[in-house]
Structure formats: structure tokens, C-alpha cells
Design a protein around this ligand. Structure first.
Ligand code: PLP
Length: 405
């Protein structure tokens, strides 16, 4: 028997596999961009569940969709189709380059589907020799064995035995490094249209357009992993729209469910047809409950007012962080796009992003890191401006605590 008093951080160490090291704070309730822990302490949420809670906590549109669907039907499996899935797919295809949608439950699974589709497409259309996948150093695509191998950090994929083969890594924003690897044996180039986990790195115009051209020259598919950038995060519905480069396959998850697990792989009819009946699948993928919530999230975000709001709120972050930096001289650069903001620590504070995160938590502010030296902010896309101001004030206190220590 357990009650709230016995649920604490120590219990984590007792009953959980030790692959995570969570904060001692255990949030129990959230509303908008505010969160409360077991002791009733309040936090401002600049983390958004790692770029997931695009409409904050308990947004009425999402709660309403969840409750309404909860009373109708939760799960059917893909032996049946269902109304929410088809409605969501129609919304996605009406608003993107894609004609077809495959539903999964996470970013990694969406990428797994994209990678398998690319390989199958190449086999069907070009023969057995076109199997090479080019991805990027510091890229992140999830934690299944195929996706972690395609990801650009060997530390995450080493130590699990033989890896899926024929995966190569070029350098992000270095077109020559892609040229050196790409050939007619390349079946796909997989990239984030803004590296998230790898350090909030935007692609240059020349790079992203150059990669598209190289893919065209070599009949390779361009796969955009928009798991973190998708559904409004950068101020466009999808980041590709702001880059003027259209991929052949795109994956979306995180914000797609606004906090309910769902992911999708989207593509053209011509490519989609190679995932024939029986070639791939998921038990939960596209279940009515997830799709009903996602439909509400997608449609709420896909609104000019919300998307323009992202750009306006991004400016509040950049201006606020620059002001903090002028006083305390801790950042070398503020970068990112929309509400995916990276504050890069300067020479003096290298490797200390986690200290800033912890100091912020003590001041009642939830933040993220992206690597050892970058503090990352990925708040709700509709975070009230007052919460941004108050959160940045708390962040400044945290910064002062570190600088003056
Ligand atoms: C988070 C992330 C993933 C993995 O998503 P999961 O839902 O954790 O499987 C994949 N790609 C990118 C770019 C991500 O940011």
C-alpha cells in the first residue's frame, strides 16, 4: 500500500531502472505554464516536458477532447480504423506537403517507420545496392536501436552489440562533408531542420538547400526529423515551411500530442505506397484517444494568432536573456528559432548548464539543458507574457546566485 507520503525520490531508486536521474521535485499538478509540486511549491515551466506541452498544462481544448473521447472509445487496434485518426490525418495532409500519414506513439517510432520506408522504397525502386543512410553528428532521432544508430552520438549507440549497418555521419552545416559521403547508393539523408538535443543549431540556408539538391542529384530521399521542431515550435507549423525546403518524409511527435503520446510519419503518395499491407505496424499507433487529443492540439496551434505569438514571445526571451547577459556576462550566444531557445554559456561557465538548471529550480523555474554548456528553453507556445517576465526574473536570480557564489 502506498500513499502520497511514501511516494518520494527515494522510491524512484528503489523501484525504477536507473537509466534516468530525475529531480527531487515531484510535480503533481499543472495549469498553463505553472506547475505545483507535492509540497504545494509553485514553478514556472520553461521546459514544457521537453518541447512537448505546446499548450501548457491542462489546456481546456485538450482536456475537453480527452474527456469527450474517453467516454466514447479508447482503443480498437488497426484491424479497425477510427474517426479521430482519419480526421487528424486529414488535418495534417491538408496543412503540409504530405498526402499520407502513418501513426506511431513516439518520435523514435515515427523515425523508425521513416527509416524502414526509405530502405523499402530504395529496394523497390532502385534495387538492393541503395541502402546507405547519411545522418549528422550531434543529431538525435530517438532511442530504438536503428534510430540511436542514425543519431550522431556514438556514446548513445555503443555498448549494445552489432548495430544496424550502412549508416554514415556527416557534419551539420558542412555541405562538403555530405558531398563526400553521398552517392547513388545513398537511400536517404536524415536531418533535423534545427538540431535540438545536439545544441540548438540552426541550419544555414546554403546548407539545407544544398542537402536538398544533393538528394535530388542522387535520387536519395530527404527525411526531416521534426519531432522537436514540429507543430509550431519555431513559429511555423513545421520548420521546413520557414526554410523553403520540402522533405520527402517528415516525422512529428512531441508537441503533436500536447502531452499525450503520439507520433506520425508523413510523406507523399508515391513514396508511401512502398509500405504495403503488412510491411509495418503498431498496436497502439493511431488509437482514437491519442488522435482525438492530437487533433485538438494540432488545430489549436495551427492558427495564425498562435504561430505569430510564438515569434513575439521568442523576442521576449531573446531580449530578456540579452539583458541578463549584459548584467552578468555568462552567455556567448543566444540562439535557436521561435520558442526553442538556446543560451550558450561562455568560456568561464563551460560545462555548467546543469548548475544553472538546478539553480533555476531552486528559484521556482523549470528549464532544460542541451548538452553540457547550453541552457535550453522550450516553453508552452501560448505561455502568458507575464509568465515569461516572471520566469526570466527568477532565472536572473538563479544566475546571480551562481555568478556571486
Ligand atoms: C525527442 C526527439 C526524438 C525522440 O522522440 P521520443 O518520443 O523520445 O522517441 C527524436 N527526434 C528528435 C529530433 C527529438 O527531439
Amino acid at each position: 500500500m502506498s500513499n502520497q507520503n511514501t511516494v518520494n525520490r527515494e522510491l524512484f531508486d528503489e523501484v525504477m531502472v536507473p537509466n534516468y536521474s530525475p529531480s527531487a521535485v515531484i510535480p503533481v499538478r499543472g495549469l498553463g505554464s505553472r506547475v505545483w509540486d507535492q509540497e504545494g511549491r509553485e514553478y514556472i515551466d520553461f521546459a514544457g516536458g521537453i518541447a512537448v506541452n505546446c499548450l501548457g498544462h491542462c489546456h481546456p481544448a485538450l482536456v475537453g477532447a480527452l474527456k469527450e473521447q474517453a467516454d466514447k472509445i479508447w482503443h480498437l487496434s488497426n484491424v479497425m480504423t477510427n474517426e479521430p485518426a482519419l480526421r487528424l490525418a486529414k488535418n495534417i495532409t491538408d496543412n503540409t506537403f504530405a498526402d499520407k500519414v502513418y501513426f506511431a506513439n513516439s518520435g523514435a517510432e515515427s523515425n523508425e517507420a521513416a527509416l524502414k520506408l526509405a530502405r523499402r522504397w530504395a529496394l523497390d525502386v532502385h534495387g538492393a545496392d541503395k541502402t546507405q543512410i547519411i545522418a549528422f553528428k550531434q543529431g538525435f532521432h530517438g532511442r530504438t536501436f536503428f534510430t540511436v544508430t542514425v543519431g550522431g552520438q556514438a556514446a548513445y549507440s555503443d555498448g549494445f552489440g552489432p548495430k544496424p549497418g550502412d549508416v554514415y555521419h556527416a557534419e551539420y552545416n558542412n555541405l562538403e562533408s555530405v558531398k563526400a559521403l553521398i552517392s547513388d547508393k545513398t537511400c536517404a539523408v536524415v536531418m533535423e531542420p534545427l538540431q535540438g538535443e545536439g545544441g540548438i543549431v540552426s541550419p544555414t540556408d546554403e546548407f539545407v538547400k544544398g542537402v536538398r539538391e544533393l538528394c535530388n542529384e542522387h535520387n536519395a530521399l530527404l527525411v526531416f526529423d521534426e519531432v522537436q521542431t514540429g507543430v509550431g515550435r519555431t513559429g511555423d507549423l513545421y520548420a521546413y515551411m520557414g526554410l523553403g525546403v520540402t522533405p520527402d518524409i517528415l516525422t512529428t511527435a512531441k508537441a503533436l500530442g500536447g502531452g499525450f503520446p503520439i507520433g506520425a510519419m508523413i510523406t507523399t503518395t508515391e513514396i508511401a505506397k512502398h509500405l504495403k499491407i503488412g510491411t509495418h505496424g503498431s498496436t497502439y499507433g493511431g488509437n482514437p484517444l491519442a488522435c482525438a487529443v492530437s487533433e485538438a492540439a494540432f488545430n489549436t496551434v495551427n492558427d495564425p494568432q498562435v504561430l505569430n505569438g510564438v515569434k513575439a514571445k521568442a523576442k521576449l526571451y531573446v531580449d530578456g536573456l540579452n539583458a541578463i547577459n549584459e548584467k552578468h556576462n555568462i552567455f556567448s550566444e543566444i540562439r535557436g528559432k521561435g520558442l526553442l531557445v538556446g543560451a550558450v554559456l561562455n568560456e568561464k561557465y563551460q560545462g555548467r548548464a546543469k548548475d544553472f538548471l538546478n539553480a533555476a529550480m531552486s528559484e521556482g523555474l523549470m528549464t532544460l539543458v542541451a548538452g553540457a554548456s547550453i541552457v535550453r528553453f522550450a516553453p508552452s507556445l501560448v505561455i502568458p507574457n507575464e509568465d515569461i517576465t516572471e520566469g526570466l526574473a527568477r532565472f536572473e536570480k538563479a544566475v546571480a546566485n551562481i555568478v556571486n557564489a
